[in-house]
Design a protein around this ligand. Structure first.
Ligand code: ADP
Ligand code: MG
Length: 622
């Protein structure tokens, strides 16, 4: 086979264009990326060789060697890890296989500075070499295979690939430096970069300059060092490496468990929200080691899914080295570690919530929706999770815990009131909240779909039931208003009753019922779900996801103190009033639907009625 020229996937070309033209000031991070990949490749071979020792070919002194060559203006990063075959070179270095990188591409703004920040956030890994390189060569042979390959690209849309029989096991990345980037040929500079970004790498990183080899990192796994000997900077760099993340860790949990189970955990909670949090294809960022040997980062079951935002490692002293990935799921030691780790993380979060509520609020905005999955998935930790939950509410600016809520309940109030919707701004303005506000009753604003699921599963908090403010069965009259609020009783109850009867007759099957409301103060009407029916927002949500194709009927509530309703009631009994009132019934029903964010089933009829009404409101033309 001879040399073959191929094009990068279009997205890669775009990405490379941004990388090459970026004004990013910290170009040196390309070296961290290449060393990080080399270290991953060694970890993967070390694991594979546990079950297939022949793969190591007698060379299991895993290491990364940096060789600057001033004559050739190249810096080579070589490893003796697992390597790549032809298909893998094409796939891994020519396409954006990682899910979510597409999401990154979508977020690009075209503003170089901002996009470079995004690159920081999403990580461009291998491609970062093109920040300093005019050309990159990759020589590689995959462990266990005979053929070697040479991949070359100038990062401008194409790469070539050809056989290279003499390629050594592992990968050699040869960075042909651009003019002006000579600093990466200087041993002192390379030492500083490695110390700064890669000291945590557990393998030796060897500098090979002027024929002399010198290990320039500490070369012991960071998590085996005592906490007091690890600087925040080192934790951060380690977090970047294991988490493939580029933000700062918000929380770092570095512990050694001794006792029945012996293990070390070094876990991080990110300070920003990863883009793939809800992507079912996301990669796990939690790695399992057994006595310093990397085992896997897939399906480790080390933490429950609702803690999937954690990044880091767990290194067990007890598990057998040859544990297969499949065996992990049923292993009782793994199950016990999961219990302990979960408890540790939750109690650490509780501490933060108490000590640093502002920071915690930021965490909650990022990961609250994920953590809440635990409320119905994990009975064992439900109480801890409930204590960690926070919501925005109608009564204050910041986040509210359920205990805060209970403490502010009004005399006579016996439930925790919630309202559900897609956006805070919209639900805050819901007419159904008017009566709650008037009585000083706080309502929790819930905008995560998950809230629709855990609440029915739990039902109560400290014996107080959760109740939706947009459903029947809310008895606001029992709750004492803050100051003596004079509830003017409607003037003519008999006429009001007739009005309701006329509305019911007119609307027929379109509604479940028409009632007097005690939850409205300013609006004339609103829709609510019947007490036993599904919450209106949940119903919309399920319909959107095609999980539901029937609709339950709503109750139309009328505000007896609203001027419009009063005047409509006053017309009851006048000649011709009935027909006119039926028209009003339909208009008000459609209006309530619109406020609710629902479709008007017959927009043409709505428009016709509205036009008719507007016309009647105008003075007669002469
Ligand atoms: P990431 O490391 O986040 O997966 P990179 O862009 O850094 O993304 O690398 C892309 C892929 O290329 C890696 O996932 C790996 O499969 C492969 N790769 C990169 N460098 C090496 C190497 N030195 N040895 C083996 N595979 C490598
Ligand atoms: Mg990488």
């Amino acid at each position: 086979m001879t040399q073959e020229t191929r094009s990068f996937q279009a997205e890669v070309s775009r990405l490379l264009d941004i990388v090459a033209h970026s004004l990013y000031s910290e170009k040196e991070i390309f070296l961290r990326e290449l060393i990080s990949n080399a270290s991953d490749a060694c970890d993967r071979l070390r694991y594979a060789a546990l079950t297939e020792p022949a793969l190591a070919e007698g060379d299991s002194d895993y290491r990364v060697v940096l060789t600057p060559d001033k004559g050739a203006r190249t810096l080579t990063v070589a490893d003796n890890g697992i390597g790549m075959n032809r298909d893998e070179l094409i796939e891994n270095l020519g396409t954006i296989a990682r899910s979510g990188t597409a999401a990154f591409m979508n977020q690009l703004s075209g503003d170089a500075r901002k996009d470079m920040g995004l690159i920081g956030q999403f990580g461009v890994g291998f491609y970062s070499a093109f920040m300093v390189a005019e050309r990159v060569e990759v020589l590689s042979r995959k462990a266990g295979e005979n053929e070697g390959w040479r991949w070359v690209s100038d990062g401008k849309g194409e790469f070539t690939i050809e056989p290279l029989p003499e390629a050594r096991r592992g990968a050699e990345i040869i960075v042909h430096l651009r003019e002006g980037e000579e600093e990466y040929l200087e041993p002192p500079r390379l030492r500083t970069i490695v110390k700064t970004y890669s000291d945590h790498i557990a393998l030796p990183i060897v500098l090979n300059a002027s024929g002399k080899e010198e290990t320039i990192n500490t070369a012991s796994a960071l998590w085996t060092r005592p906490r007091s000997e690890v600087t925040p900077e080192q934790y951060k760099e380690f977090y970047h490496h294991v988490g493939h993340s580029f933000d700062d860790p918000w929380l770092t949990l570095h512990n050694k468990a001794e006792g029945v189970l012996e293990y070390t955990n070094l876990l991080f909670v990110p300070s920003t929200k990863p883009f793939d949090l809800f992507d079912p294809e996301r990669k796990s960022r939690l790695k399992l080691y057994v006595r310093r040997v990397f085992i896997t980062d897939e399906g480790t079951d080390l933490v429950p899914p609702y803690l999937r935002f954690l990044r880091g490692i767990v290194d067990s002293e007890d598990l057998p080295l040859n544990i297969s990935r499949e065996m992990l799921q049923s292993n009782p030691m793994v199950a016990r570690m999961r219990q302990q780790l979960t408890r540790r993380v939750l109690s650490e979060l509780a501490k933060k919530a108490a000590e640093a509520p502002d920071e915690y609020a930021n965490f909650w905005d990022n990961f609250g929706a994920v953590l809440k999955e635990g409320l119905y998935e994990d009975r064992d930790h439900r109480d801890e999770l409930l204590a960690l939950a926070r919501y925005r509410s109608t009564a204050r600016d910041g986040l509210v815990s359920f205990d805060d809520y209970l403490a502010a309940m009004r005399p006579g109030q016996d439930a925790i009131y919630t309202i559900h919707g897609d956006s805070l701004d919209v639900i805050k303005k819901s007419p159904q909240l008017e009566g709650f506000r008037a009585r000083g009753v706080e309502v929790l604003l819930m905008t995560d779909p998950i809230d629709e699921f855990w609440i029915p599963a739990i039902g109560t908090y400290k014996e107080k039931p959760f109740k939706s403010a947009t459903r029947g069965g809310v008895d606001l009259d029992k709750i004492t208003p803050p100051e003596e609020r004079k509830d003017e009783k409607p003037e003519a109850p008999a006429k009001l009753a007739s009005l309701i009867a006329i509305f019911k007759l007119a609307l027929g099957d379109a509604v479940k019922d028409v009632r007097i409301s005690d939850r409205l103060t300013d609006s004339a009407v609103c829709l609510v779900a019947d007490e036993g029916d599904m919450d209106m927002h949940l119903e919309r949500l399920l319909k959107q996801h095609r999980q539901l194709d029937t609709a339950s009927k709503r109750i139309l509530e009328l505000n007896p103190r609203h001027k419009l309703i009063e005047r409509l009631a006053a017309t009851v009994g006048e000649t011709g009033a009935s027909d006119q009132l039926s028209e009003f019934a339909w208009l008000l029903l459609d209006q309530a639907r619109i406020v609710e964010g629902e479709q008007v089933p017959d927009p043409a009829a709505f428009a016709r009625r509205l036009a008719h009404l507007l016309e009647r409101g105008l003075p007669q033309a002469a």
